[in-house]
Design a protein around this ligand. Structure first.
Ligand code: KDO
Length: 337
């Protein structure tokens, strides 16, 4: 034992450093042995499909402790909206929520689910994707895109949300209205089919666009209008109900195939539990939100939905999209009750 206090201090410091380094090495080894699951979503933290990722993470932490390092990146902070599928196929991202619009770019028949007034409600949507139609479509997605959809989240029924009051009965009443849509031709087609002038903008820029007037309106399900606070910068909701929208929890095949069968099952179960959380809360909230918006001073108006349906069906039926829809698939989808 050195008598010199300085030598003693040096020794103590060396021992402490060694211990810290050892701990750090142990931590790094543990972190290394965990499978990192990077998630990217444009959702705002207060929306149900953002919160569902915490449910996903908690499920895995509980049922597969120490196996995964789940990293949730919201507000498009990791990848910009629409870039997730490519990032996953390239191995730069493990999980995301893809829309039918993201998938339709590479799997043409998936554009059935981007078309307005095709799916009736959330119950039909869930049955379609949980049954044989979904299974077969998801297999095609996996083969073509190298990513696998695991579960279907109900994003909600899309409605119009306008900056200024406007009498909207039919698509003709939207003529010249700059309607923000997400930035892809599949989305813009839907906006034009509704009769508006579709204007592409990322979700994260919509609030400012509405506030400053670079756009006249946007379309989203009511829970997202609430969570992203669009009601603060708009005056009207028009209940067109033009798209029963879905988001698919999707995993890169590279990640999925790298998991043991047991861990793969845990991830699939976690995805199911997460969408269940989203779907229950979103459906419940969707039914209550009109009262909330009225209270916030918004006018809620009901258009001639049949006129919108007819116009939107006509636009799609006359488009190249419909050419990729197998007749038998459309009939099977319509028969799902
Ligand atoms: C939107 O940009 O309007 C949209 O609703 C499109 C969806 O596919 C999805 O990307 C969603 O935004 C985001 O998750 C934000 O809620």
């Amino acid at each position: 034992m050195p008598k010199d206090p300085a030598a003693l201090a040096r020794r103590t410091l060396l021992a402490a450093t060694a211990a810290t380094t050892g701990l750090a090495a142990l931590g790094a080894a543990q972190a290394q042995s965990k499978t990192v699951l990077r998630i990217s979503s444009p959702a705002v933290p207060d929306d149900w499909h953002a919160k569902m990722w915490t449910v996903f993470k908690e499920y895995l932490d509980k049922h597969a402790p120490g196996a995964f390092d789940v990293q949730i990146n919201l507000n498009a902070s990791l990848f910009k909206q629409g870039a997730e599928a490519t990032a996953m196929a390239r191995g730069n991202l493990e999980l995301a929520t893809l829309s039918a619009f993201d998938i339709a770019k590479l799997v043409p028949e998936f554009s059935i689910f981007t078309a307005g007034y095709r799916v009736r409600d959330s119950a039909q949507q869930q049955k379609i994707f949980q049954g044989p139609i979904g299974q077969s479509l998801f297999k095609t997605v996996s083969t073509i895109m190298d990513v696998t959809p695991l579960a279907t989240a109900y994003l909600g029924t899309r409605q119009l949300n306008l900056r200024e009051l406007r009498s909207v009965k039919t698509p003709a009443d939207l003529k010249g209205l700059k309607l923000r849509m997400p930035g892809s031709k599949e989305w813009l087609f839907l906006g034009e089919a509704l009769g508006a002038t579709a204007t592409p903008l990322a979700f994260g820029e919509v609030y400012m666009g509405l506030k400053t007037g670079t756009i006249d309106g946007q379309d989203n399900p009511l829970p997202s209008v609430r969570a992203a606070k669009f009601y603060e910068v708009t005056k009207q909701v028009v209940l067109t109900g033009h798209l029963v929208d879905a988001l698919f929890i999707t995993i890169s095949n590279k990640c999925l195939q790298g998991l043991s069968p047991a861990l793969r099952q845990q991830v699939m179960d976690a995805a199911q539990v997460a969408v269940q959380f989203n779907n229950e809360n979103r459906i419940k909230e969707e039914a209550q939100l009109l009262a909330f918006f009225r209270n916030e001073g918004l006018q809620i108006s009901t258009p001639d939905v049949a006129a919108f349906r007819t116009a939107v069906h006509k636009a799609y039926d006359n488009s190249d999209y419909a050419k990729a829809w197998p007749k038998e698939l459309i009939e099977r989808i319509e028969a799902v009750r």
